[in-house]
Design a protein around this ligand. Structure first.
Ligand code: ADP
Ligand code: MG
Length: 524
């Protein structure tokens, strides 16, 4: 298929044969693409397809190995993000580049002329955030903000430069449906002003909803260009993956065994003024069961994960039991020793050390007793790097982790592939208990179904699994029971078949069994 034709005169950006090598590996390989003024152009592709690499070249973060970028009819060399901004290109990254200790306005100031007074920046940011429907307090500290709010900072920061083209790298993978809708309003406003948007996503429904054209990448090459509204999700998925995406298969008849996770009236005070206080949280998870915890972002999911994993301990030892043992006061390593595995939400720097090879990351995640298998024993007790590498290789094979090289640094993997590796790493230990927060955050359809299947298979083999997720489709796909968290309180788990989307929506709005329904919940 060739690129959809756009008249030359109406082209804002044109890319010809753009190629980027990492060593001998071509992450982008001869890419052709053109973007018209005032269009929302989707860049589609599964994890590792080369989307982020392509837009980093357009924003001057990476230099192309080959090919040409033509901006408003003139060949352009974009040497740095500063040069990109000067041309009129703004970018909202997949992994935010914000300093947590600084305020919103201070973060924005970092990418602007240092002579502009901070008060003026705060003022302009406030106006822009109001005009574009992106509520933001310029004086708030980034550390206290939710992911959605952090993204708004990046968008406002990009808008302050009055860009002609705004690139968003997987923006909705961190947003609730409501936040995503609000973002789409912003994008339509930008379009109406004649600005162009390059919108990276793997969510086919939203691409069909908001994008005028789509370019599809696979293995670094353009595999199709189309009007997404004339395609079906299945035909788009086929262009992305090259074949049909496997559905997730579940066993409804898994017998439930012993209670492996028990939470009784768990309370955790907020650690910062903006964190959520958890109170009265109770649940039991049996062997063979997947309890999914639904909720709108920022209602205590992160705090609950920290408490369940032992990242944060509580004084009441029996508030949490894992495999029958009270662990409230036990830290994360002690809980791992009992047979629990944990996958946090924030992968870079939390679940994996970016600069280290996959095999070294594997070694790091193992508790002392697990590590014995990696030691040669005897007088010269040395680390068996060959064993570790072969396990890392097995995990990559089982989870279909796409990477460049045999044992690359974790940071070189695309987000979805790193997530497959991290989940595979935890599953490889065959944990009795697995607790995951947002397992398919920023992950494409193919990788997501693989991860979900792996969670189901683990439960089927007799483990107890807790999945904290904002994605209701995911929740219905994997859960045997569903609980809803709202403002730090959690509903009881319901059998998955017992709950409708509407009921979950009501629980998300904070209505629990004990209270009577209010009309106003949908207004939240
Ligand atoms: P996408 O954004 O479509 O998920 P990326 O552009 O992030 O994909 O990555 C494309 C491929 O290039 C992946 O296989 C990834 O591992 C590889 N890659 C990306 N950045 C680097 C890097 N700095 N060094 C080596 N390989 C990289
Ligand atoms: Mg990417």
């Amino acid at each position: 298929m060739s690129e959809a034709q756009v008249p030359e005169a109406g082209t804002l950006l044109k890319v010809r044969g753009l190629t980027k090598y990492f060593g001998s590996f071509a992450a982008c390989n001869g890419i052709d693409l053109s973007i018209a003024p005032g269009e929302i152009h989707a860049l589609l592709g599964e994890n590792g397809a080369g989307k982020s690499t392509l837009v980093k070249m357009l924003f001057g973060v990476l230099q192309p190995s080959e090919g040409q970028i033509v901006w408003q009819g003139k060949p352009a060399v974009i040497g740095s993000p500063g040069e990109a901004r000067a041309l009129g290109v703004g970018m909202v990254f997949q992994h935010f580049s914000l300093f947590e200790a600084l305020t919103v306005a201070e973060n924005i100031a970092l990418s602007l002329d240092p002579k502009i007074p901070l008060a003026k920046i705060a003022e302009e940011a406030k106006n822009l955030s109001r005009d574009y429907g992106l509520p933001l307090d310029p004086n708030a500290h980034v550390a206290d903000l939710s992911v959605g709010e952090r993204q708004r900072i990046e968008i406002v920061r990009a808008l302050l430069q009055n860009p002609k083209l705004i690139i968003l790298d997987e923006p909705t993978s961190v947003l609730t449906p409501q936040e995503a809708d609000r973002l789409f309003e912003t994008l339509f406003k930008l379009k109406a002003e004649g600005r162009s948007v390059l919108y990276i996503s793997h969510r086919l429904e939203e691409v069909q909803r908001i994008c005028d054209r789509a370019t599809v990448l696979r293995h670094g090459k353009v595999t199709g260009a189309c009007d997404p509204r004339r395609e079906t999700p299945a035909s788009l998925a086929r262009m992305m993956v090259g074949s049909d995406v496997a559905g997730v298969e579940r066993a409804s008849d898994t017998p439930l065994g012993d209670v492996l996770v028990s939470v009784k009236d768990l309370a955790v005070p907020a650690r910062t003024p903006f964190a959520v206080t958890l109170s009265g949280i109770s649940m039991q998870v049996r062997a063979g069961e997947i309890v999914a915890i639904a909720g709108v972002a920022g209602n205590g999911q992160g705090e609950l994960f920290d408490a369940l994993s032992g990242e944060v301990t509580v004084p009441q030892d029996d508030a949490i039991e894992i495999c029958g043992r009270p662990v409230g006061r036990t830290g994360i390593n002690g809980r791992r020793l009992l047979g629990a595995g944990f996958v946090p939400e924030e992968r870079h720097g939390h679940a994996a050390v970016s600069d280290m090879a996959l095999s070294d990351n594997l070694l790091l995640s193992r508790s002392t007793s697990d590590r014995k298998a990696f030691l040669s024993g005897g007088v010269f007790n040395v680390i068996r790097h060959d064993v570790i590498r072969s396990i890392a290789k097995r995990i990559c094979g089982e989870m279909d982790v796409r990477k460049s090289g045999d044992d690359p640094a974790a940071g070189s993997l695309s987000g979805g592939n790193l997530q497959k590796f991290i989940i595979g790493r935890e599953l490889d230990r065959k944990p009795q208990v697995l607790i995951v927060n947002q397992p398919t955050w920023g992950v494409d359809a193919g990788a997501a179904s693989r991860i979900r299947q792996a969670l189901i298979d683990l439960a089927r083999a007799g483990s107890a699994v807790v999945v904290i997720s904002q994605d209701l489709d995911e929740i219905f796909e994997v859960a045997t029971s569903i609980a809803v968290i709202s403002e730090g309180r959690m509903s009881r788990p319901y059998a998955a078949g017992e709950l409708t989307l509407e009921k979950i929506g009501l629980l998300m709005g904070g209505i629990h069994d004990s209270t009577s329904p209010r009309e106003a919940v949908h207004a939240h």
